[in-house]
Design a protein around this ligand. Sequence first.
Ligand code: BGC
Length: 754
Amino acid sequence: MAFRPRLMRTLLTAGIAASLAGLAATVAAAEAPVTRPWMNAALTPDQRADLLVKAMTQDEKFRLIRSEYGADFEGKHNKPAGSLGTAGFIPAMPRLGLPAIHETDAGQGVARPLLFGDGDTALPAGVAVAASFNPEVAFAGGAMIGREAHRMGFGVLLAGGVNLLRDPRNGRNFEYAGEDPLLAGTIVGAAIRGIQSEHVVSTVKHYAMNDLETDRNTLSANIDQTAARESDLLAFEIAIADGQPGSVMCSYNRINSVYACENDWLLNQVLKRDWKYPGFVMSDWGAVHSAAKSALAGLDQESAGERFDKEVYFDKPLREAVAKGEVPQSRIDDMVHRIVRSFFAVGAFEHPAKVATIDYAADAKVSQRAAEEGIVLLRNWQHFLPLGKDIGPVAVIGSHADVGVTTGGGSSGVKPRGGSPVTGVAPTAWPGPKVYQRSSPMQAIARRNGGKVAYASGDDIAAAAKLAAQSKVAIVFAEQWTAESFDVPTMDLPGNQDALIAAVAKANPHTIVVLQTNGPVKMTWLHKVDGVLEAWYPGANGGEAIARVLFGEVGPSGRLPMTWPKDESQLPRPTIPGAGLAAIGIPPQGQPQQDIDYNIEGADVGYRWFEKRHLEPLFAFGYGLSYTSFDYGKPVLESRDGEVSVRLRITNTGKREGVTVPQLYVAPPQGDTTKRLAGWQRVDLKPGESREVRIVADPVRLAHYDVTKHAWVRDAGRYRFELGHTSAATLMVDLSTELPAATCTLKACTPIAH
Ligand code: BGC
């Protein structure tokens, strides 16, 4: 939510019981005999929505175009009757057979910020799922959290974060899917499909350019329209086309001076006209600033306006605007149509959310697989890893790794099952509390090396170094906790962790660092340690996943979904004025009206920025080591029926099973010739196994966006393709082909006839 520093965790057992009673009534309403024509599942979602809109009164329509805050607020027992106690709630309309709508965050699981009950299953961070480069893992994770949401009574998951990583210091990078629009859109699209396969509406967010948290409620993200279409908006376009989310959440910030939720270009022109989006736009919590202007620009539903906006715009003010003829009645009907259509489309009427048993053990395994596939091995000096079971005494140091793994904070924070094993860590209030998932890396290591582990908290550096000196291997767990509503001012690991790692590495020549971070951090100690694993925020079974990778039960197979800069000097904006945890808590109205110039890098986000500026990162986009080795045969480029692909044979030449992720990049012949990711594949091979792989170049990556034609256009000319393990290490093979001019969609390019 926009501003909830005084929110208290006060949902009592009695409150939960009341919520469930309300839910039972809701479900009963949904199961009423099908006498209403819109309940006919043989009709299309649009036909059903038309019938329903016709049957609704104006009051019912107005009740549907705004949600209320569903939880207790400012320490009072004031949540709406019947609400389950989460971010958004719209009461049931029994006359029409409409169940109550309960909305909950977010992409890593059912986040119930105010509930401290048993908790739910946490997926690893979104960025970890992106690091798997595996849409199947994203789909499975989405389906898992969608199922849990459905079985707790939720009809909407506010999940589907796809803002691009333009800055490693953005406090919400962990909720998103990295810097590349094709990768991010594909992964998030798959997650949305997974969620909606469980009859829960998913909400792609935060639309758009909400790529920093500092001053997010007022900041104007300034960017040229073409650059926006080829970067952040492309990620949304791909995710929306693939996942078909029922809703899109417009963001807090302004874009080119106009608030996202009243931005005609963003909502009406791009989303609804160009992408033909049939679902509804809901606002972020506290992101609405007008009635008629927002309604006319394309906003369909105001979220929790009574708590977070200056007034509830989509009630009295909007009714007045309709009465005065400023907003046509047809626009109100369109809003309602879009909302109910989305629920019809996911089958929510046939399969209403209702409380049912959840198989938490099975769900934790889904989370664990995602964590295992997303962990990235960044350094493995002289192949020190994997560890053998006879490794001897291991020192586990730091980050409460004796009891749990790190998570991110803010609205997406999933309460650990069984409660956090560590409490009282600052910040204990919004956007905290800082909690840990109950999955101990230390115990998981102990289960593998005969229990020869000892723990040092790391608070006392000398004591940690002493323990390291007495051990065969020292594993330092380093963490960077970030959260919604603030950015970190630097890329430094917080506190004394750099000094701790340096001291431990000095004391023990076999030091491994396991990072649990929001994204890239500086590594002043990199060359002093034997190994570095990036585990992100690894979720419900994170400790087990980390241990399995460390001991080689599963090979490390994640790849970086972002470029890893050496330090802030390599970024488009070396500083973020006003960043830091201390900056939160300022009411939205009080935030300075800042501008941010995204035209500095435009569409050249991440690896494209590094290429253009001839910068060498610490690790390139797409980088990640394996415990085995691969031979890439000679790639062959094929251009047939308008489709360009590369074929090659890949062989596992090592002694262990492992995954390699060949990546195809393309550089256009003219205009902006920086290369971009055009496709990839995850290839899992047993020792000695060999397979022919074909990677198809995504048509839209061969094109540029033409704002005057409202179309993706491919210029005629010779396109250069590169194949490699990362965006930087490409194979030295000349792959290029002549292509005719064409117009392209996300699916295909059609040559332009002359
Ligand atoms: C966040 C959204 C979230 C909403 C509801 C806002 O502060 O930006 O991502 O879905 O709160 O909790």
